[in-house]
Design a protein around this ligand. Structure first.
Ligand SMILES: [Mg+2]
Length: 261
């Protein structure tokens, strides 16, 4: 049972509400209870390729009512971080998919083609299933010139039915290796995705519970911004690992249904 000072939830998706696309528990019933308790919630994911609307469609199929504002991605967090530094109209060279393009356009950035990349004032990389040699060349040349370098998320791998494939972190390491420059990373465990989630929820950090299945991303991100944290044991990290984690995790639960009570 969650304490009454918790007003809102930031919920990871993979390993918390589904695993390899299979729902974990009766999601419709779980989210009915969350609403009945008056808790606000957003889903926060390091995935950079999908848009909020694509996630909402999947959630609806599983019986979870959510609006696009309630899905916060690492691509939105990257656009948010960039908008704190650059005005609308800033020319951006992007390596990524619609999940990244749309939030950048919503912030008013001008997305350049690969041919126009040398005019960019900022570079941002996410997972791009059409990545190619020339895109990596342009990104590396820009970063070498000192153009600010952002990335959506640090995940070295991405789960697929066939196994783990290279994630955004693996792809941006090409530019990092070639330039010696590390990007500013928006996703968990860094603070930008959490900050944007709290901005959308309109709640303070001490009343916002961060729920995830991974210690080194979800829990570290929540603790990094001063939120209480809950680990569920339906994904990557184990109870033994959680009990050895410092600082201490506020809640460890078998699954989301048990946590909500
Ligand atoms: Mg997860």
């Amino acid at each position: 049972m969650l304490p009454s000072h918790i007003q809102s939830l930031i919920i990871d998706m993979d390993g918390v509400i589904w695993r390899a696309d299979v729902p974990i528990g009766n999601l419709a019933a779980i989210f009915d209870r969350i609403r009945a308790r008056g808790l606000k919630f957003v889903f926060a994911t390091n995935n950079s390729t999908k848009t909020s609307s694509q996630y909402v469609a999947r959630l609806t199929e599983l019986g979870v009512d959510a609006e696009p504002w309630q899905v916060v991605t690492s691509s939105q967090a990257a656009a948010h971080a960039m908008a704190q530094k650059f005005p609308p109209g800033t020319k951006v060279f992007m390596i990524g998919e619609d999940g990244l393009r749309i939030p950048l356009e919503e912030r008013g950035f001008e997305i350049l083609s690969t041919e126009d990349a040398p005019r960019a004032q900022a570079v941002v990389m996410g997972l791009d299933r059409d990545v190619n040699f020339q895109k990596a060349v342009e990104a590396a040349l820009l970063v070498r010139r000192g153009i600010p370098f952002y990335a959506t998320n640090p995940d070295k791998t991405f789960p697929t039915p066939r196994g783990l494939i290279p994630g955004a972190g693996a792809w941006y390491s090409i530019v990092t290796t070639a330039t010696g420059v590390e990007p500013i990373v928006a996703g968990k465990p860094f603070p930008f995705l959490m900050d944007l989630s709290m901005e959308k929820l309109g709640t303070r950090n001490d009343e916002t519970l961060v729920i995830g299945d991974r210690l080194d991303t979800d829990i570290a991100a929540g603790q990094g911004v001063g939120c209480p944290t809950a680990l569920v044991l339906t994904g990557v990290s184990t109870r033994e690992q959680a009990e050895g984690w410092a600082p201490k995790i506020d809640f460890i639960a078998e699954d989301l249904a048990t946590l909500i009570g």
